[in-house]
Design a protein around this ligand. Structure first.
Ligand SMILES: NC(=O)c1ccc[n+]([C@@H]2O[C@H](COP(=O)([O-])OP(=O)(O)OC[C@H]3O[C@@H](n4cnc5c(N)ncnc54)[C@H](OP(=O)(O)O)[C@@H]3O)[C@@H](O)[C@H]2O)c1
Length: 269
């Protein structure tokens, strides 16, 4: 698996699997938890090692159990989770600390590779104390890297002003509906690795036609071309699938390079 390098020197796999509908009735985000982690088992079997979960997905525990039961050594995995920007979790330093400890317990691990603030915290004091607690977990080695999600440039600059440890990543939406090109350019310039969520979502039939045309030249499919575009510009992707065939093909991204012209067509979709 190809990796990208974070500002702290640690590697992050270039492709991971999302999990936000895993372990849920009807494969729906808001579905009842049903303990069915067959899709995650199949992703791990296909070769995914970066697993992206979050407290809001309500499935940290099932994700942790599935990883443990895979029998694959913990150090081969790259686990991401996220703290919700809600007072119940970030209202005080003690709450943040309890939240991280609970994630470690749920995920059944001694350390978490990447811990993110899931959404912007508007209250500056709460943002600061949340970040400070995350930094203290890095000091203790229980979190390897810390970052944010859905942060704008302005919000990142607010963190930059007080952070002892700068955010390693910003996980944001990026797909043909909402590329976030400007934000991604800023992240790449400031050495914050962008992670694209929803990378396969919101693509119109017309856009798929254009991607299909490009894909034909490489013997690939439209999703592979879309994901390759992101990786080629330095963006980590975390597509999620409940279909084994898709999980496998979404990993086949490293045996071709898009030309400048094709990258331009995709960028302008
Ligand atoms: N930080 C945040 O605020 C945030 C927000 C949203 C999501 N996320 C994370 O990002 C992950 C990915 O985003 P997402 O799950 O919303 O959407 P996504 O990965 O962009 O799209 C998932 C959909 O794409 C389909 N798909 C995947 N591979 C395909 C392929 N090769 N061919 C055809 N269809 C394919 C899947 O259907 P099949 O099951 O049939 O393959 C599924 O319906 C989430 O699971 C979550 O971990 C983070």
């Amino acid at each position: 698996m190809e990796t990208m390098t974070l500002a702290n020197g640690l590697a992050i796999p270039a492709v991971g699997t999302g999990t936000n509908t895993y372990g849920k009735e009807g494969n729906r985000y808001h579905g009842e938890l049903n303990g069915d982690f067959s899709a995650l088992r199949s992703a791990i079997k296909a070769g995914y090692r970066l697993i992206d979960t979050a407290i809001s997905y309500r499935n940290e525990s099932g994700v942790g159990t599935t990883i443990l039961e895979s029998g694959i050594p913990r150090k081969e995995f790259y686990i991401i989770t996220k703290i919700p920007a809600e007072d119940a979790y970030i209202g005080s330093k003690d709450l943040v600390e309890q939240t991280v400890m609970k994630s470690l317990e749920n995920l059944k691990t001694d350390y978490i590779d990447l811990y993110l603030i899931h959404h912007p915290i508007k209250d500056k004091e709460k943002l600061k104390h949340t970040w400070e607690v995350l930094e203290s977990f890095v000091d203790k080695g229980q979190i390897k890297s810390i970052g944010v999600s859905n942060f704008t440039i302005e919000m990142l600059e607010a963190v930059h002003n007080f952070a002892r440890i700068q955010p390693a990543v910003n996980q944001i939406q990026s797909n043909p509906h909402t590329w976030n090109h400007e934000l991604i350019d800023y992240l790449l310039k400031t050495n914050i690795v962008p992670v694209a969520w929803g990378p396969v979502s919101k693509v119109t039939p017309e856009q798929i036609d254009k991607l299909d045309k490009i894909a034909e030249n490489y013997g690939k499919n439209w999703v592979q071309v879309l994901l390759r575009y992101q990786i080629q510009r330095g963006v980590v992707v975390i597509p999620k699938s409940h279909t084994e065939e898709h999980q496998l093909s979404n990993l086949e991204l490293f045996d071709f390079d898009l030309t400048k012209e094709d990258q331009f067509v995709i960028e302008s979709l």
